[in-house]
Design a protein around this ligand. Sequence first.
Ligand SMILES: [Zn+2]
Length: 289
Amino acid sequence: MPELPEVETIRRGLEELIVGRELQAAEDDNPHTFPNDKQQVQNFLLGSRIINVERRGKALLINLSSNYSLLIHLRMTGQLVYIGLQRFGAGHPTKSLINALPDKSTRVILTFKDSSKLFFNDQRKFGYMKLLATNLVEEDSFIKKLGPDALSKELTAGIFIKRLKKRKGSSIKATILDQTILAGIGNIYADEGLWASGIHPSTPVGHLTDDKVVKLHVEIVRILKLSIKLGGSTDRNYIDAGGREGSYLEFAKVFRREGQQCLVCDNEIVKIRVAGRGTHVCTRCQTIE
Ligand SMILES: [Zn+2]
């Protein structure tokens, strides 16, 4: 599952290559991946131009000149590959990112007027590319449930505190992973953010001081931005805009470092289970309040 920095990296790479291009054809092999009415595709997708590419948490929105949008969720195994004069592939790391396409993982092919193509590949078919009116995006069942994006400017420290406190009795890790509270945080960034702010992942939200919560907000934003700068993080190798593998995990301070020494106190990093997820923690730096 890609995390926010990978999806942001895909967004930036795609936006550089597809904005202004006119869509000419759309083919798909699966109604779950491309759950769109043929007439709507004909009327609002074909013949429209790409205006921009946005990100909402871990979902992408390709906005079209027809006032429709394509809402894309990559889920477990989705990837997007653009092939034109340049090639750009990002998402689930398989050979399809570099091999000839279409292949057996290809679910949707969008062809532009200049003959360049955007392939949506998805081995396990959990992802989708949904066409909907742009003014109905906020009403979409998935988008509607999303909390503010972890990197949005509207998410001030005050709002961050307020949103987390909706889950006073829950562990802080479960709370920041909850996409309805905050959109975009997955397992890597939860562990890294909690370690950097000295908070044990099992701590109930209600036990944290506002200062601690503000510190967590600052660290999450810092780490997400660092990861984007490094080309998207890599829970096993996500591949960035230029086909390079992201490098964040090389810089991870606690994630997947169980058995190694804490970089601050030399205590051994341990792996425990919190919120149903493998969780990496230094029990000396991160105490339960
Ligand atoms: Zn430590």
